[in-house]
Design a protein around this ligand. Sequence first.
Ligand code: HEM
Length: 415
Amino acid sequence: MSAAGQSDDIDWWGTLSDPAFLENPYPELHRLSARGPVQFDPASGIWFILGHKAFSKVLKSQSFGRDTRNWAGGWTTEDYKKADPVGYELFSTFQPQMINCDGPEHRRMRAVYEPAFRSQAMADVVPIIEAEAAALLDAMPDEGEADFITAFAAPLPLRVLCELFDLSAGTDARVARWSASLIRIGDILMTPEQKQEALDALSEFKAFLKECLAAADPASARNFMALALKARDDGTLDEEESLTNLISMLIAGHETTVTLIGNGMLILLRNPEEMARLRAEPALMRTAIEEFLRMEPGGNMILRVALEDVEVEGTVIPKGAPVLGLIGAVNRDPARFDVPDDLDIARPANAQLTFGGGAHSCIGAPLARLEAQIAFSAFFEKYDTIELAGAPEWRLDRLNARGLAKLPVHLGAAK
Ligand code: HEM
């Protein structure tokens, strides 16, 4: 390290995209964290935060925002437009949504969907999630081998979201395809082909949702769709904002939750004594899910932009600089978590930062937690034994969303 926080001897993006890192990032993240909680990559101009205390401070601070239009030399500048017209078009078309805005603009958009996540609304969606989980379990064998991801973890959150948005089961595959292309925006570093694919997905997704909004009847619409129509009709959101926020909600709520359920099951399969403990003490389900979120956060990068020169843990981050919290490191910071690489389904005061924090903290966290609780409970009820039946396969085609492509399991029926 040549200056305070500056790591010009590390190929950051080479490391973050290395297949070995994507298979198991934690040993490397521990090595990087040992160099300091705040580090600068001169090659990309990005500040990486690896410490829990440092990133908690960033998330709470008014000196950081999430609006990338404040990123000096970032995606919205004229220079970037000339250098990368496809990237420029992608990021500017995807701009008008809550995650990309700060202050009153952000609050106006976020307020549209907040009622959908209040406790009564969550109680109302329990039967929807239970029915979708039951339908998937009915279609699975009573015993034998199955792929936990394709048979259960992947379709469940997608089905639930499509139900909440009044989208028919026939649209699941298209929504999943668009979502898979667009989730890569969270990778920050995308190839030209990935940007073009995401741009194409964005325009198809928008055209599809525009038709859905036009066809929907505000008198009979339910859940999220009812909120989207109300915001359109009372002028809270213009058409671009309505469509972009809808798309964002469908992407943000889909693979992240697949990852929580899939990665959570893998963690239990690798710790059979903790799986047995959870079965014996179902009251631990809530803390177990917090622990899955801590150990395998799925989304490994959370972005902020410095709105002024600001000191974090002794390092000054300049105004306009992009900052990436590496959540896989933050959630396993030994200064904050005892034996951070070990699973403890009853871990007390689990301050994992998987849902971010501050004004932008994940609006869908209550839904994700509820889906995971119902998913694990329903699966345990149907199967008495669940064991690994082969090597799990990680998706290696994304830098941010860390999830499984396959999780072969051997299932034994409940008596
Ligand atoms: C395990 C599942 C999930 C994870 C790990 C996750 C993670 C995140 C993270 C890291 C952020 C950014 C927080 C920040 O910048 O501080 C976020 C924001 C967001 N999430 Fe989630 N999310 C999940 C599920 C969901 C669900 C189910 C929905 C909706 C159906 C959703 C909708 C959103 C939206 C709309 C935002 C933007 C909030 C804002 O900017 O105010 N997420 N999520």
